[in-house]
Design a protein around this ligand. Structure first.
Ligand code: OGA
Ligand code: MN
Length: 212
């Protein structure tokens, strides 16, 4: 299935597309130099061993098989200019979504992620509703910003977003591309890549858990 990719300039279009189909893909959401700087931050953190194996709550042996990325949570008060710019853009987006969709987004939690060659994140939901933790239930909108220079289709590493049981879309992790989707509604997975794959994942959260 083909996805329509939006450009960044039209805020209204971003919000209406998200409201209509539950997800939206926007290219060049941040300037190329900011994307480049964020990728450098991720690589530096990996070298400095500030990135940890992501946890899925499962046994250590199976964990990497389910989810092979290394992550580092980011702080809004970071002194790094590129990280600050990221938060400025996300703040703008949060206001836009609150003003136009009245969804009461309060905060953003966000982490850098590095997937080594061949690593995956198996099919999952970002929000668990069956007696899951309160914290996860407050995740309302998932946002993924890709940081990869010159990513080609042959590199793989697509985000597979399942629209229903039979239909999905595959989204390439092209640098500067932002994907937004309703956290409770979309099962998704990360396919293996032939290159190291960098992303910055965020969840806009409401203050109170919402009934689904
Ligand atoms: C996640 C996730 C998708 C991606 O971190 O929960 O689903 O494309 N990431 O990086
Ligand atoms: Mn996810």
């Amino acid at each position: 299935m083909q996805t329509k990719i939006l450009s960044t300039t039209d805020d209204d279009k971003i919000v209406t597309t998200l409201a209509e189909q539950g997800y939206v893909v926007i290219d060049d959401y941040l300037p190329a130099h900011t994307i480049f700087a964020l990728a450098e931050v991720a690589r530096t953190k990996l070298c400095n061993q500030e990135m940890a194996h992501a946890r899925t709550g499962k046994q250590a042996e199976t964990r990497q098989h389910i989810r092979g990325d290394h992550i580092c949570w980011l702080d809004e008060n970071s002194p790094d200019i590129a990280i600050q710019q990221y938060f400025v853009h996300m703040q703008h987006l949060k206001q836009l979504l609150n003003q136009q969709l009245f969804i009461g987004l309060a905060s953003l939690e966000t982490h850098l992620a590095i997937y080594p060659v061949g690593a995956v994140y198996q099919k999952h939901l970002d929000q668990f509703n069956a007696g899951g933790s309160t914290q996860l239930n407050t995740r309302k909108i998932s946002s993924i910003l890709y940081l990869n220079q010159d990513w080609q289709p042959k590199h793989g590493g697509e985000l597979r977003l399942h629209l229903d049981n039979e239909e999905w879309i595959d989204i390439l992790p092209i640098g500067g591309r932002l994907v937004l989707f309703l956290s409770a509604d979309f099962w998704h997975e990360v396919l293996p890549a032939h290159r190291e794959r960098l992303s910055l994942t965020g969840w806009f959260r409401t203050r109170e858990p919402q009934l689904l």
